[in-house]
Design a protein around this ligand. Structure first.
Ligand code: GLU
Length: 524
């Protein structure tokens, strides 16, 4: 510890007197009154205008832990990097969460939830550390820091501002005043007394008991440029005063846990539980090897991709849920739970190393999900998607809801044998295009048996039930000495342009007499 600063000097160093004492903050943000075991979590994105699949993955863990424990899930915007345009970027986050059914509860008591609006809180905590000699104002310029870094590298030392390199560690009040009178704005640095030769132990909820070397760096708490906090300091203040119990974050933060523990200890605050999640990996299409998702190469790394392509957002949640909660799929197949929200995930079982994201597996979850939907929900989802993301063609397909409903009802009446070829809303409309005259492409390659088609038209009656209809086809086959299937194939291709379709009788019923007649005549 060093000697603490006077209140006057603290006010000058921070640019203004701190607004609160620690006791006042403790009172302003009271402990939460929640049932035993309730988890308080937060999703804390830095708004970049882009929501990664990894963001959604860790947000899902946060939300699920709070949801299943009757806790609280918050959204906190980490916008201390003021260089960025954040309004639109925050909109993207909020919108994405809503589309995935992830709702947050930002209770006013613990706000504000934008870090840029919490300056008074950070400055009040920084003041306390300055007061008791745990922090100091540092006047190193960028050039000086660059120089220190170069020298450290040349000498083979660890880089950073620590020990003898922390030139202002023991700055006196008079020297501080001199710098301030000069018009310099300091950063506020931690006065670290950690020893990297010693280790501290802590328990990571996913990784178990772990020891890490103590931190000896005098890291920046408050930046000189805008007097906003660094990630580390904001994490300390916010997760304490928002009364967060479980901090879920990427493994890239694992390296700074020692620093975070040090700060919590200095303040005498209870350490939150940490869950450091692994990144999401994929199998590279070219090399066949597992690797991290890439922003540049992988469109599916951007959550917006799934919305634009019309993937059922619930299916993506189901699949991500299965990655982070091994055992979920089994429970669902057994019928023990209906969906991921009903499954109790075990924090300890969250994968420790690269969870593998595979679009083929997602397809399976999507097919299952759509297969289990009611026709009316399916129609609603497809139409909502088309109206928001679709092109003119797709919008036209959903304009007549009754026709769309009839088309999508085909092969959905037997719960044991529901068709499983729908994967996305977009692809669903794609495979059904032939039902719309504007989109139907006649098959000009196929060799129709015109006599067969003519014979069918002669006896065709839309009011026939399925047996009557089929008996007519059998008769035609007999008459022309061909197989029943050949007759059906001629009709199928004439109506759809394709050799592979769902149930032919249903197609005719949905298309109606006029359309069927017209298409068969066209083929003839
Ligand atoms: N803003 C940080 C990020 O987006 C938050 C990390 C955390 O959850 O503590 O990576």
């Amino acid at each position: 510890m060093r000697q603490g600063l006077s209140e006057d000097l603290i006010a000058r160093v921070l640019g203004a007197a701190p607004k609160y004492t620690i006791a006042e903050l403790e009172e302003k943000f009271p402990s939460r009154d929640l049932p035993d075991g309730a988890m308080v979590t937060r999703f804390a994105p830095s708004p970049t205008g882009f929501m990664h699949l990894g963001n959604l993955y860790s947000g899902l863990i946060d939300y699920k832990l709070a949801q299943q424990s009757n806790g609280v899930f918050m959204l906190r915007i980490e916008d201390t990097d003021t260089k960025r345009e954040i309004k639109e970027a925050v909109g993207i986050v909020i919108d994405s969460l809503a589309k995935f059914g992830i709702t947050y509860n930002n209770d006013e008591t613990y706000g504000p939830y934008y870090q840029s609006q919490r300056r008074d809180i950070y400055h009040s905590v920084a003041a306390e550390l300055l007061r008791n000699g745990r922090a100091y104002p540092c006047f190193l310029s960028q050039e000086e820091m660059d120089e220190i870094r170069e020298n450290q590298k040349a000498a083979g030392f660890a880089t950073g501002i620590y020990g003898e390199f922390a030139r202002y560690r023991d700055i006196t009040p008079d020297e501080i005043i001199e710098h301030l009178d000069n018009g310099e704005v300091p950063s506020i640095r931690l006065y670290s007394t950690g020893d990297p030769n010693k280790r501290i132990f802590f328990k990571d909820t996913v990784r178990g008991s772990i020891s890490v070397p103590e931190n000896n760096e005098d890291i920046v708490l408050i930046k000189s440029t805008d007097r906003l906090p660094t990630y580390h300091f904001a994490h300390l203040c916010d997760d304490h005063f928002m009364r967060v119990t479980h901090v879920v974050r990427g493994e890239e933060y694992f390296g700074t846990v020692a620093l975070h523990i040090q700060m919590f200890n200095m303040m005498g605050w209870k350490l939150p539980n940490y869950i450091h999640t692994a990144t999401l990996d994929k199998i590279d299409e070219e090399t066949g090897k597992q690797r991290k998702m890439s922003k540049r190469k992988d469109p599916e790394n951007n959550v917006a991709f799934f919305m634009q392509e019309g993937w059922p957002t619930d299916a993506l949640i189901e699949y991500l849920g299965n990655i982070l909660a091994p055992g979920y799929e089994e429970a669902k197949l057994k019928g023990a739970v209906k969906n991921f929200w009903e499954y109790e995930m075990k924090p300890k079982k969250i994968p420790m190393s690269g969870g593998l994201f595979d679009m083929k597996k997602l397809e399976w979850w999507a097919k299952e999900y759509i297969g289990a939907m009611s026709v009316s929900d399916l129609v609603k989802s497809v139409a909502t998607w088309a109206n928001e993301y679709g092109d003119e063609k797709q919008k036209m397909q959903v304009a007549d809801v009754d026709y769309l409903t009839a088309v999508l009802s085909i092969e959905r009446d037997n719960p044991k044998r529901i068709r499983k070829d729908f994967i996305t809303w977009k692809q669903t409309l794609g495979i059904e295009e032939f039902f719309w005259d504007e989109l139907f492409v006649p098959n000009t390659e196929y060799k129709y048996n015109a006599d067969v088609l003519r014979a069918f038209l002669e006896t065709f009656n839309i009011a026939d039930d399925k047996d009557t209809w089929w008996n007519k086809i059998v008769k035609i086959a007999e008459k022309f000495g061909v197989k029943n299937g050949d007759v059906a194939m001629d009709l199928r291709v004439a109506l759809s342009g394709r050799t592979n379709t769902p149930d032919l009788y249903s197609i005719m019923q949905v298309m109606g007499a006029d359309r069927v007649t017209k298409r068969i005549k066209g083929a003839i």
